[in-house]
Design a protein around this ligand. Structure first.
Ligand code: ZN
Length: 305
C-alpha cells in the first residue's frame, strides 16, 4: 500500500461506547458492574530483539494497556480524567488475556516476525485477514490488536484501523466490517502504540483508545460529515468535518466543537472525553453485538487450570 492509498484508507476508514455514577474501581479489582474485556496483542516485528525498534518492549505494551484503562474509566489523577459535564466513565476494564485459545497460560502478548512473503496468495488481500494469517485468536473470545511495523513514512499518516461491531445502531454502515465470519480486530502503527517520542502529537497512546472506540461502536464525532445525522450522539456537538485542531471553535449549530473527544483526530494530549451518549452506544454493543457480548464470558479472562 503506498502512502497515498494509505492516506485514503485512513480517511475512508471510519470506524469506531451505559453509565450512571463513577466510583473509581481499579481494573484489577473487577466488580459486577464492570465490563472486563480480554485483549491479545500481536507484535508483528521486523526481527529485532525484544525492546528494540518495532519489537516493542513488554513495558511499553503494559503502559499502553494502563492508558486505555485510565481513559475508558476516566480515572482520577491520570490524563484520562475529565470534569466535562457530558463526560462519563464507561465502566470498562481491559486486561491482557490470561489463557490462550488452547487453554494454556499466556501473557496476552504474542511476538511474530512479519514477513509479507510468508502469506499465501489465497489469503484475502484485506489487511485484517493478512495479519490474522500470521497470528489471530478468535474474535468471539479476544480483542485482537496487531501492532504493525509500518514504514516510517506511514507515521502520522496511518495511525490505526479497527473493524466495527455487527449491530443495528444508526451509522452502522460507516463501520469497516470484517469479511463474513472473518478476522477482525484493531491495527495500530507501531510508532503510535503506547508512549513514544514520535513527533506529531500522537505519542501518548490515544490511538488505541480511539480505535477501541470504533471497535465498540463509536463513529468519529463528524460521522458522515453531515450536520443532521453526524455521530448519533446528541451530547457531542455536531460538526461536518474532521476535527484535528487543538483549540476550540464553532461547529454546525454554533456550539463549540468538543475537541477533547477521543473520537477526533486531535493530538493525544488534547483528548480526555467519552460522553454519556457515546458510552450508551458502547454498552448497547456489549449487550447486543454477538462478537462483543461473548467477550464478557471469554475463557481468556480466567486463569488456565
Ligand atoms: Zn477513527
Amino acid at each position: 500500500m503506498n502512502a497515498k492509498r494509505a492516506l485514503l484508507y485512513f480517511i475512508l476508514f471510519t470506524v469506531f461506547s451505559c453509565s450512571e455514577d463513577s466510583k473509581d474501581l481499579e481494573p484489577d479489582e473487577p466488580a459486577d458492574d464492570i465490563f472486563v474485556l480480554p485483549l491479545v496483542v500481536h507484535v508483528l516485528h521486523q526481527g529485532e530483539p525484544i525492546g528494540e525498534g518495532t519489537n516493542l518492549s513488554d513495558e511499553r505494551i503494559k503502559r499502553q494497556i494502563e492508558i486505555i484503562n485510565e481513559d475508558f474509566k476516566r480515572k482520577t489523577n491520570t490524563p484520562g480524567f475529565n470534569n466535562h459535564p457530558d463526560g462519563g466513565d464507561s465502566k470498562i476494564a481491559f486486561v491482557l488475556a490470561k489463557q490462550d485459545p488452547e487453554g494454556n497460560p499466556t501473557t496476552g502478548i504474542i511476538r511474530v516476525k512479519y514477513g509479507v512473503d510468508e502469506i499465501p496468495d489465497d489469503v484475502p488481500k484485506f489487511e485484517f485477514e493478512q495479519y490474522a494469517y500470521l497470528s489471530y485468536w478468535k474474535s468471539e473470545n479476544y480483542i485482537n490488536i496487531w501492532v504493525v511495523p509500518y514504514p516510517d513514512n506511514f507515521a502520522n499518516v496511518l495511525l490505526g484501523k479497527a473493524t466495527g461491531p455487527d449491530s443495528n445502531l444508526p451509522g452502522d454502515d460507516l463501520f469497516q466490517k470484517p469479511l463474513p465470519g472473518g478476522a477482525e480486530g484493531i491495527i495500530i502503527n507501531w510508532a503510535h502504540f503506547g508512549e513514544s517520542k514520535i513527533e506529531g502529537g500522537h505519542h501518548l497512546g490515544r490511538t488505541l483508545t480511539h480505535e477501541l472506540g470504533h471497535y465498540l461502536g463509536l463513529l468519529h464525532t463528524w460521522g458522515n460529515r453531515v450536520c443532521e445525522s453526524n455521530d448519533y450522539c446528541e451530547d457531542t456537538p455536531a460538526v461536518d468535518h474532521e476535527v484535528t485542531k487543538e483549540e476550540s471553535y464553532l461547529g454546525c449549530n454554533g456550539e463549540e466543537v468538543m475537541i477533547a473527544n477521543y473520537m477526533n483526530y486531535t493530538p493525544d494530549y488534547v483528548m480526555n472525553v467519552f460522553t454519556n451518549d457515546q458510552i450508551e452506544r458502547i454498552h448497547y454493543v456489549l449487550e447486543k453485538s454477538p462478537r462483543r457480548t461473548s467477550l464478557l464470558t471469554s475463557p481468556g479472562l480466567e486463569n488456565s487450570q
